[in-house]
Design a protein around this ligand. Structure first.
Ligand SMILES: [Fe+2]
Ligand SMILES: [Fe+2]
Length: 333
């Protein structure tokens, strides 16, 4: 029999009881900005894109679809952030943090729809098609194996909530958001097809805001973090580089399980898509974008006593991180 004369005892890790906090003006300001900066992927003229695509040859269309399918491996982040909303609510994160997570969920849904819409306009049903030659067969397998790695990442992500605090988790997203910001800004500058330029420009606006979110979490959490947690963040920043390098730089040597021809076929596809006006940055531009992102994140971390990991691929020195296993990879676009 319940004792109704006293307060009920709520279970731990539950979305009840409710509580409202309206302090933390910086977080609420970012939330208001998120609402103001919303855009509609239906405003992009997909019909026009279909028309443009009909003037391209099959290999170019295939290459463009290939690139968007690759990107969607990283923009399939709706469930990632939706799950964060559930976890954030259960752990009673600040209301503004949960509110921001709902906006990021919506943003990522839009990003992934842009991937799907682009594929649908240029090469419907990709990657479910019958390859006509060896390069098509390999390109298709590149995509499927990349998605397979996405599934490994998803399993690690679900487990991460048992291992890390939300502060550590969200700060881990920092490298990814910073890289996304620079890459999409570059792509919007390079793209020759209007529809792609528009999509990249708008996506860059979202990713800039996502980066601001991770920065906000870091600013707020750094003083509470133990040395052990700070070390974890350093490791996760490295994991962010490894995970996202596949599309934003070149195939890393750890974590990924991919066919031996991956990089060669990937480069060929990117070159074809670039010629067709997609706006993929060149190798030099990618390296510069990463370096900018690393400098930006490094400066932010340093201010809060978190060390930067070594990134030998970019000649960046720092804390040496041993080979990463799949449980270590939890960053997101
Ligand atoms: Fe995204
Ligand atoms: Fe993002």
């Amino acid at each position: 029999m319940e004792d109704y004369s006293s307060d009920p005892t709520f279970p731990k890790l539950n979305v009840y009881p409710l509580h409202w906090r309206f302090d933390n003006e910086a977080a609420w300001r970012l939330y208001r900005r998120a609402k103001r900066e919303q855009w509609d992927e239906d405003e992009i003229n997909w019909l026009k894109l279909r028309e443009i695509a009909s003037g391209l040859d099959r290999k170019q269309r295939l290459a463009i679809a290939y690139w968007w399918a690759m990107l969607s491996n990283f923009d399939n982040a709706t469930p990632v952030f939706a799950y964060a909303v559930v976890k954030g609510s259960e752990m009673h994160a600040h209301n503004a943090v949960n509110a921001l997570l709902t906006t990021i969920t919506y943003d990522e849904n839009r990003h992934n729809l842009v991937c799907g819409r682009s594929i649908d306009a240029v090469f419907p049903d990709f990657p479910n098609f019958k390859p006509q030659d060896e390069i098509e067969r390999r390109a298709r397998l590149n995509v499927l194996w990349t998605w397979y790695n996405g599934s490994r990442y998803w399993e690690a992500y679900l487990k991460a909530y048992q291992k890390y605090s939300m502060d550590v988790l969200f700060t881990s997203f920092m490298m990814g958001e910073a890289a996304a910001t620079t890459v999409f800004t570059g792509a919007s500058r390079n793209a020759k097809v209007d529809q792609f330029r528009e999509a990249f420009k708008n996506t860059a606006v979202d990713e800039t805001r996502h980066y601001a979110f991770t920065h906000l979490i870091l600013t707020d959490a750094a003083s509470r973090m133990s040395d052990e947690e700070k070390k974890l963040v350093t490791k996760q920043i490295r994991a962010g580089f490894v995970f996202l390098s596949l599309i934003t730089y070149k195939k890393p040597s750890d974590f990924w399980k991919l066919p031996p021809w991956f990089q060669e076929v990937h480069d060929q596809m990117e070159e074809l898509a670039r010629e067709a006006g997609l706006g993929i940055p060149t190798a030099d531009e990618k390296e510069r974008a990463w370096r900018d992102a690393v400098i930006k994140v490094g400066a932010a971390l340093k201010r809060y006593g978190v060390k930067m990991p070594a990134i030998p691929e970019l000649n960046v020195t720092g804390e040496e991180i041993e080979e990463l296993s799949e449980e270590d990879v939890i960053p997101v676009f």
